[in-house]
Each structure stands twice: as C-alpha cells, then as structure tokens.
Design a protein around this ligand. Structure first.
Ligand code: NI
Length: 134
C-alpha cells in the first residue's frame, strides 16, 4: 500500500512573462499584467508530495525534516526573494510561467529523490490559481 506525505513551502519572487519572438502588443494581449515591463511579484506557495511504501524500520515514507531541508536548499535558496527572469539560471531562456516554475521545481527535486518514490508538485501563484506536475 502506498502512502503520500506532503510538505508545504513558500517563496516570494518577481517575474515577467514575455515572449521575445512576439510584438509588445501581442505580449500585452496574451500575458496581461504579468507582462508589466518592470516585473511584479507573487507569494508562491508549493506543496511537495512524495508517495511510496512505508519503511518498516522508520515507519515513515520519507523523513519530512529531510524533505523540508531539500526544499529549502534546492528551491527556496534558489527562488526566494529573487527576480526569476534575471537571477535564476533556469529561466534565462524559459518564460517563468507558473507552469514552467512548477516543472522546474519538479525536475530539481526529482533529481534528489530516490527513484522508488513518486513526486508530485503543486504550485499556487495566487490563492486561487495553481498548477500541478507529476
Ligand atoms: Ni505574474
């Protein structure tokens, strides 16, 4: 029987959605306020869910303190209080939409998680809007 454990985490970051292949007009039309030339911020909330068998010795799926540390070191340190477009290598050539941020988080964490676990990441860009990967 598989069991899921979830850790919530948070970061604040600025971004701008802009496709350089398009005219300014089309960018404004598609991305609206998120195309603001001088960037804007969001309070991002994420839920990282790890699914697997309960370890018979620890009686845990995964140590949540270990998961919390992983998220802190790999995601919060990278993204918190950053301008995603400028400060974060992963978004130099990738539009930092909620979808791409969530996918990037998933890829980074996946690389640190043993293969036997399933990984699911949900990212809230606002309390009402979220995206999911995994
Ligand atoms: Ni935005």
């Amino acid at each position: 029987m598989k069991v899921s454990v979830t850790r919530r985490a948070h970061f604040n970051a600025a971004h701008r959605l802009h496709n350089p292949a398009w005219t300014d007009e089309k960018n404004r039309e598609v991305f609206g306020l998120c195309n603001n030339p001088n960037f804007h911020g969001h309070n991002y909330e994420m839920e990282v869910r790890v699914t697997g068998e309960i370890d018979p010795d620890t009686c845990m799926v995964v140590d949540l303190a270990w998961l919390a540390n992983l998220i802190k070191n790999e995601i919060e340190v990278r993204f918190d209080h950053k301008n995603l477009n400028i400060d974060v290598e992963e978004f130099r050539n990738l539009i930092p939409s909620a979808e791409n941020i969530c996918l990037t988080i998933w890829r980074i964490l996946r690389g640190h998680l043993p293969e036997k676990f399933d990984l699911h990441v949900r990212l809230y860009e606002t309390p009402r809007n979220s995206v999911e990967v995994g």
